[in-house]
Design a protein around this ligand. Structure first.
Ligand SMILES: [Zn+2]
Ligand SMILES: [Zn+2]
Length: 102
C-alpha cells in the first residue's frame, strides 16, 4: 500500500489537493478500526491513495506517480529532508531487489 507522508509528497505523487487535505485533516485522525472500515466499505476501487468523500462520490481518481530512484533530486528540490529522502530511496531499492527487477 502506498503511504502518503504529507502534503508535499502527495503533490509529488499527483494526488488531488482535496484528497490530500482530507487525508491529513480527517482520515489520519480516525481510529484504527474506522480506517479499516473505510477501506472495506467505502473505497473498494482503491487507486493507491485515500480519496476524499467528494472524489469517492464522483468516482474520480488520478493515476498516481510511483517514485523511483530518479526522484531523489526532485524530492530534495521540493524541500524534503535528506534523511526522509534517503529512507524512501532505500525502500525503493529494497523493493526492486525483491521484485527481481533491476
Ligand atoms: Zn478528492
Ligand atoms: Zn517521485
Amino acid at each position: 500500500m502506498y503511504v502518503l507522508d504529507d502534503r508535499k509528497f502527495g503533490v509529488h505523487s499527483n494526488i488531488p489537493a482535496c484528497c490530500i487535505e482530507f487525508y491529513i485533516q480527517t482520515w489520519a485522525n480516525l481510529p484504527k478500526e474506522d480506517k479499516h472500515k473505510w477501506w472495506i466499505t467505502r473505497d473498494k476501487l482503491v487507486p493507491g491513495y485515500i480519496r476524499c468523500n467528494n472524489c469517492l462520490t464522483r468516482g474520480y481518481f488520478r493515476h498516481i506517480h510511483t517514485c523511483g530512484l530518479e526522484c531523489r533530486e526532485v524530492l530534495l528540490d521540493v524541500g524534503f529532508p535528506l534523511d526522509a529522502v534517503e529512507k524512501r530511496m532505500a525502500f525503493i531499492k529494497n523493493r526492486k531487489i525483491k521484485d527481481g527487477s533491476k
